[in-house]
Design a protein around this ligand. Structure first.
Ligand code: BGC
Length: 416
């Protein structure tokens, strides 16, 4: 064998995957903020450790609208990725298209039926087969507070909507941005659904956003929720338009703003900045929603694959995501709580512990409700209709709350 041939043979061997069945996983997601990236990197590392190749398919844009558009284009051209961040009722829509694979073998082996809350199992299955693996449980109805800013302004953490506006007044008088917000439709809807939950309570919230009951959608509670949204607009700074959610979190971290209304992925930014829950920042349930829990479960749906080794890599991806090691390190970085009911929470921070306690409690009554703004409650068409009405209202200082509530009911009826 000449030298050239030997060298080539050696380098080819070193290029071979670590084990014979190593394959590639291409994963579409929208975890692109500093904190989110740290979280998803942990998954990439665990996959690569098993010899597989990770092909990152990150599409920036909070809330995932842009990612879903790109995914549809790829799927239409017959070339979907192995896995994609698809959530809630959308999983059923993709299942109906016949594009999703079957994860039952991995699910049986790991006992997913036993490890997961039944509400989660239902969402991950299409026609009784697992087609997606759940990653985490995010809570949406949180209020984030910078305690130092609060102390300087003489404000106290609010428990009611009146107290929220009183704290906002103090913060504004002291020269701070009272409420850090980014002007994007999904962020407007995130704030709106927490206001609606606070005013309507969980049962009426359910009638509105899950049952799509037009009486509740256009009723007095919803009118009040729009009025509260209009009031809240007065506490947001003039540069909010187009700002990303993590930019808004940054305003709190930098001590420029006092509060942010956002799901607990906001915590990923605090964690990435080396800040400690309960000390550098506080999480309180959104005023008037104590004990309630609007959930947002991230999941990776798996597409049908033809290549055996990529199929095995895909199964390893699912197996890894449900594994305790991933559930712990990912969720600590992501701000969410583990989806496994048997996970040891002792090393998680104060916000995660509170989230888990409230999740368990809310699951025992009507307090556990799906987030509309994050695609858990209704189809993407309904979600889009709500985004349009809420954002148009939010951007028009003269808009009338009663008219907005009527428009909400009409827009939802039109897409059903
Ligand atoms: C997703 C989170 C993500 C957030 C911001 C939500 O819809 O569920 O995982 O961190 O959007 O992009």
């Amino acid at each position: 064998m000449n030298v050239f041939f030997r060298l080539t043979a050696v380098s080819l061997v070193s290029l071979l995957p670590l084990h014979a069945s190593a394959g590639e996983v291409e994963v579409l997601h929208w975890w692109t903020s500093g904190g989110e990236k740290r979280a998803v990197d942990t998954l990439q590392q665990l996959i690569e450790k098993q010899g597989h190749t990770w092909k990152d398919f990150a599409v920036a844009g909070g809330g995932g609208e842009a990612a879903m558009t790109v995914l549809k284009t790829r799927a239409v051209s017959g070339n979907p990725p192995s896995a994609a961040q698809i959530k809630g009722p959308d999983i059923q829509e993709w299942g109906e298209l016949g594009l999703l694979g079957n994860l039952d073998e991995v699910a049986d082996e790991q006992g997913w039926d036993r490890l997961l809350p039944p509400q989660v199992v239902d969402v991950m299955k299409y026609q009784d087969n697992y087609v997606a693996v759940p990653v985490n449980v995010h809570r949406v109805n949180w209020l984030w507070i910078n305690p130092e800013v609060f102390a300087k302004a003489g404000a106290t953490p609010p428990n009611t909507l009146d107290e929220l506006f009183a704290a906002a007044d103090k913060l504004r008088e002291a020269g701070y941005i009272a409420i850090a917000h980014g002007g994007q439709p999904w962020q407007d809807a995130t704030v709106f659904e927490s206001l609606a939950l606070s005013i309507l309570g969980p049962q009426e919230y359910h009638k509105a956003f899950v049952d799509l009951d037009s009486k509740v959608l256009s009723g007095p509670g919803m009118v009040q929720a729009f009025s509260a949204l209009a009031k809240l607009r007065g506490y947001i700074d003039a540069d909010a338009a187009g700002r990303d959610w993590n930019g808004a979190t940054g305003l709190l971290i930098d001590g420029k703003a006092g509060m942010q209304i956002m799901g607990d992925w906001a915590k990923s930014e605090w964690t990435a900045a080396g800040k400690v829950a309960g000390k550098d920042y506080q999480c309180v349930p959104f005023p008037g929603t104590q004990g309630d829990f609007t959930f947002n479960i991230d999941s990776l749906a798996m597409f049908l694959l033809s290549k055996g080794e990529n199929r095995r890599a895909q199964e390893d991806l699912a197996r890894t995501v449900m594994g305790s090691e991933f559930q712990e390190i990912f969720n600590k970085n992501k701000g969410s709580i583990p989806v496994r009911l048997d996970q040891d929470m002792s090393s998680f921070d104060a916000c995660a512990q509170r989230s888990m306690a409230d999740f368990r409690e809310a699951a025992g009554n009507d307090g556990l409700q799906p987030s509309l703004a994050h695609g858990m409650a209704a189809s993407s068409y309904v979600q889009g209709a709500v985004f349009d009405v809420v954002t148009n209202f939010f951007n028009d200082p003269k808009a009338d709350p009663e008219r907005a509530a009527r428009q909400l009911a009409a827009a939802i009826a039109a897409v059903q």
